[in-house]
Design a protein around this ligand. Structure first.
Ligand SMILES: *[C@@H]1O[C@H](CO)[C@@H](O)[C@H](O)[C@H]1NC(C)=O
Ligand SMILES: *[C@@H]1O[C@H](CO)[C@@H](O)[C@H](O)[C@H]1NC(C)=O
Length: 332
């Protein structure tokens, strides 16, 4: 059944690929370039009635191709911008001495978006991209018409801040030292295997992330030289993932969000816990968000890449509702 489902996904993907042509984007953000791509769903006509534009932020060690399968299934006429985060995909690596963290990502995304002249859009994040999007939405509410969170919603953890700071600092120092090591070299097959096993959160009902899905990410994740592959990402970005913020900070960031919010959880990852586990987080969103919608969908963590047809209708319905909404930011 899963295999059959996947064929449907691929058929939709190849059909949809014709309905969207991406244009490369490259923007200087002071220390280097962020790169990504932009396009309009269904061809070149931007729908100036609904004026829907969406900015997408990928997850940890993914790249902007993460949204290739999903975007073509969104409402026709929607303008989309996807960016590789600093140290990921085709974007430049931060200079030595600069630390990768969620706040730095948010600041760079803001810088790039402002330079590209995007000023009012729906922000959609996946995984760590949700964390970046939450920070962005809380700090730059004037840009964000609505927020879409793909499979990252967690109860607030109350870590020991001292231990956390110390771990982060030591990781940062170790990553700086590691930077001078020679790059790892792989065959394409090995690179694919590593990418599959690194995405352990996609393990769902005995099935790992589909190799076809990984192949969508691959061209921006590796560099081909003399028949071998090296990673494009900056290995110094690795500790970002452990850089959780204290639960109190997440609570206050989420409390600052006033736009409509959609949270989609995949049953293979964040959605595998009972809903009560997230009630506190959802209630925090409900305090000021114009409205909150939550959905749990069958699939693994990269559901938007492997099974986009399962979540595209939910996102499209939400986007259409946002487009109809005249009285924006009622509670600002
Ligand atoms: C530094 O490199 C070692 C060896 O590859 C690795 O085990 C370690 O996790 C790296 N440290 C950081 C912080 O990336
Ligand atoms: C993302 O945010 C959640 C809270 O919603 C938090 O528990 C989690 O640790 C954060 N993840 C990262 C990568 O910082």
């Amino acid at each position: 059944m899963l295999a059959g489902d996947f064929c449907v996904g691929l058929a939709i993907l190849s059909m949809a690929a014709k309905a969207l042509s991406w244009h490369d984007v490259s923007v200087h953000v002071g220390w280097g370039y962020l790169r990504g791509k932009t396009g309009v769903v269904g061809g070149s006509q931007y729908d100036t009635v609904h004026k829907l534009s969406v900015v997408c932020i990928h997850g940890w060690f993914d790249c902007c191709n993460s949204f290739d399968a999903l975007v073509p299934l969104l409402p026709k006429g929607t303008k989309v911008l996807v960016l590789d985060l600093p140290g990921h995909g085709h974007s430049d690596h931060l200079p030595l001495g600069a630390q990768y963290n969620l706040v730095v990502y948010a600041a760079n995304v803001q810088n790039a978006i402002a330079k590209l002249g995007w000023n009012r859009f729906v922000l959609m994040g996946h995984s760590m991209g949700v964390n970046v999007s939450v920070i962005f939405t809380a700090l730059f509410p004037q840009y964000v018409r609505a927020l879409v969170c793909l499979d990252q919603v967690a109860p607030y953890d109350t870590c020991n801040i001292f231990i956390k700071l110390k771990t982060d600092l030591l990781n940062f120092m170790e990553a700086e030292k590691n930077a001078s090591r020679p790059p790892l070299v792989f065959s394409e097959e090995e690179a694919i295997n590593r990418l599959v096993s690194a995405r352990f959160r996609d393990y769902y009902h005995g099935v790992h992330i589909e190799r076809e899905a990984i192949k969508i990410l691959l061209p921006r994740l590796v560099r081909y030289e003399n028949g071998v592959c090296t990673w494009r990402h900056d290995r110094r970005a690795r500790p970002t993932f452990t850089m959780f913020m204290h639960g109190k900070i997440w609570r206050e960031l989420i409390e600052a969000i006033t736009c409509p919010v959609l949270v989609i959880q995949a049953t293979g990852w964040s959605g595998k816990h009972p809903k009560e586990k997230y009630e506190e987080t959802f209630n925090t969103y409900r305090k000021r968000a114009q409205w909150l919608e939550t959905e749990t969908v069958k699939g693994g963590h990269h559901i938007h890449l492997g099974k986009p047809q399962r979540i595209a209708p939910i996102i499209s319905r939400f986007l259409e509702k946002v487009a109809r909404e005249k009285y924006e930011h009622a509670k600002l």
